[in-house]
Design a protein around this ligand. Sequence first.
Ligand SMILES: [Zn+2]
Length: 248
Amino acid sequence: MAITGAAELLVTWEAGLAEASTGRALLLHRAARPDVDAASLPVLPVGEREADLFALRRALFGERMQVRLACSACGADMEFDLDAGEFARSLGGSGGPGGPGDSVVRVQQDGWDVEFRLPGVADLTAAARAGDPRAALLARCLVSAVRDGTTVGAGDLPVPVQRRIAEAVEAADPGADVTLTIACPECGEATRAELDIASYLWTELDAWARDLLLDVHLLATSYGWSEPEILALSPLRRRYYLELCADV
Ligand SMILES: [Zn+2]
């Protein structure tokens, strides 16, 4: 994970302002994986992308993530901490030994031999637009299905085989669906919520960028430095100079 400089991050933020959530997630993924060709990112397994985003979050803003959630039973406000580094590791993102060959799962059952590609964001987006998203996803990601030596199309996969494929995908790409279960301290009921790391991280990046632009404004006004000069300062030095401005 290369920690991107402030100037590059501001470019990511600026580009994201004009985008909806899907575009922002892709921009963040690009910042997280500069080693991967941008066109290949939407094809990476969804869980791998989530792990990459947790790793980026950790590199930019640290391990500790504060999450707020309303209890689904009594509405009480719940606040708790998560560990971004733990997610990045347990979901198994970049830095692992994974390669393109690892993104295909194989199911063998009752004479069936099926190979299935782990869905990427591009697959989910396309499938969501189809009339039957489930069938569309099966058709997009099916590599091959053979029964007793005969090739079979995605539309003819029996339900038990479909279920086995879904299980195999979940086992191979566990980060695709990060669901939290939080017990309410007020009423004791459990609330389940999906953690959308892309929108979480975007919200943080947005706040960071706006704070940084304010710093640039204050330092430029006080010292006459240019934006590139100010962005080239380490955060620590920026902080010192800002304190000096405030003291005057
Ligand atoms: Zn409650």
